[in-house]
Design a protein around this ligand. Sequence first.
Ligand code: CTP
Ligand code: CA
Length: 228
Amino acid sequence: ELVACMGTALKGRKVIVTAGGTREPIDPVRFIGNHSSGRMGFAIAKAAVLAGADVTLICGSTDNLTTPAGVSRRIDVNSTRDMKEAVDAYYDDCDLVVKAAAVADYRSAAPAKDKIKKNDDVLTINLEKNPDILYGLGQRKTHQVLVGFAAETTNVLAYGQGKLKKKNLDMLVANDVSVKGAGFQGDTNIGTLLFPDGTMEELQQMTKFELAEIIVDRAAKLVAAKCA
Ligand code: CTP
Ligand code: CA
């Protein structure tokens, strides 16, 4: 049944999709995390499978989502550095990376070996910056198409354009997570696709799967244009 409705836009292409949130340990029982549900990334993985791609799905924490049928491999990771290691391992011979994951920007500089007890009135945890996975991919991009996400609460398009340029991306999906019907939880999203030539495609509210189909369609065209 899956094969019956398969498209060919990404046939023979290797695609990496990252989904969910990364988690950084504070001590053995606690972590720094975020509200990512993994739904947008899983919808993209499904749309890429349906377009005929060989999909590697690299997952942080999700809302217990089932792996979409036809995904070639799923790799579960915890921290940002774990996610970077997994993405880097599959990057060189892939054609397209879609980084839908919500990545923890900072980690505890020194996670406690034992559970922290609530002794002090003020607890200070020193954080250090994590590597920027997507920036690293952009630095050593050869033939790959790179698609990033930017969940913002203000100056959505300006921040989005800045990230597109800084990370050397081919497309960026910007969305305003402060708007109802968009963002981390729920089944709908409102995105604007930004491109390096300054053009953009503003999209209406739609389901995450409908948005995923559009993202995969546009990304497949970029892949075809690069590898013509
Ligand atoms: N990203 C990444 N590695 C990080 C942080 C972000 O690969 N350490 C990726 C995300 O998966 C997303 C894109 O970069 O596709 C933009 O993430 P975002 O958090 O919006 O941007 P940042 O560069 O982290 O900037 P800030 O959080 O300050 O807005
Ligand atoms: Ca960030």
